[in-house]
Design a protein around this ligand. Structure first.
Ligand SMILES: [Zn+2]
Length: 211
């Protein structure tokens, strides 16, 4: 088996690669990911984040999402799946929506793909209301996006839900989702596989612990 990012033969790699045979990335590619395992609150809602959004994480995410390399699906939660499974047992994962056009172009549901290895239930409760790629917009545009998300008309929400996204850049999508859920008697958590450090700092979120 070869590393899905650099192509190195995993059996010819370091002892770590051979021993931790489950990881589809070699130890040298993996070591470029910054694992943080931060817990903090955003608008009062408990957040858990696994990685900092850095160059290596971004490269992998682009390869997966934009280059539609579905084989990378397991890369994102390999190190975290047991922890995530334990943490959210009894909860339903609610992915943040892509535009239908983007998803069609990709040919697969990238967030469901990431979550598959956890076996947790996934519900597509949200949809985007306006076309418009987040990346192409300036900051003001991205903040407006907070309102560009809505609950699907037929969405029946379970009592315990986890808003799930691959990366939180400005927090606007998550904030939009929280606004849609205002006034509902449900328990909410947020799980972001990665977070942008600037967003964490800007919101002066209090890190509950850091290790
Ligand atoms: Zn590699």
């Amino acid at each position: 088996m070869r590393c899905l990012m650099c192509g190195k033969d995993l059996m010819e790699g370091s002892l770590t690669d051979i021993l931790i045979g489950e990881d589809p990335l070699c130890s040298s590619c993996r070591s470029q990911w910054e694992k943080i395992r931060w817990r903090f609150r955003f608008h009062g809602v408990p957040v858990y984040a696994s990685y900092l959004y850095n160059e290596a994480f971004s490269a992998c995410l682009i390869q997966y999402k934009e280059c539609c390399d579905e084989a990378l699906a397991d890369v994102f939660l390999t190190e975290e799946k047991n922890r995530v499974k334990r943490m959210y047992r009894g909860w339903t994962m609610i992915p943040m929506p892509s535009t239908p056009e983007r998803q069609k172009q990709r040919g697969f549901h990238h967030l469901r793909g990431m979550l598959a290895c956890t076996g947790l239930p996934v519900l597509d409760a949200f949809e985007k209301t306006a076309a418009g790629e987040q990346k192409k917009q300036d900051r003001a545009g991205r903040l407006k996006m907070a309102d560009a998300i809505r609950l699907k008309e037929d969405a029946v929400l379970p009592e315990k839900i986890v808003l799930f996204d691959d990366t939180v850049t400005t927090g606007s999508t998550i904030l939009g989702a929280l606004r849609c859920l205002e006034g509902r008697n449900i328990q909410i958590r947020i799980y972001a596989v990665s977070v942008n450090y600037r967003w964490v700092r800007k919101n002066r979120v209090s890190l509950l612990f850091k290790r």
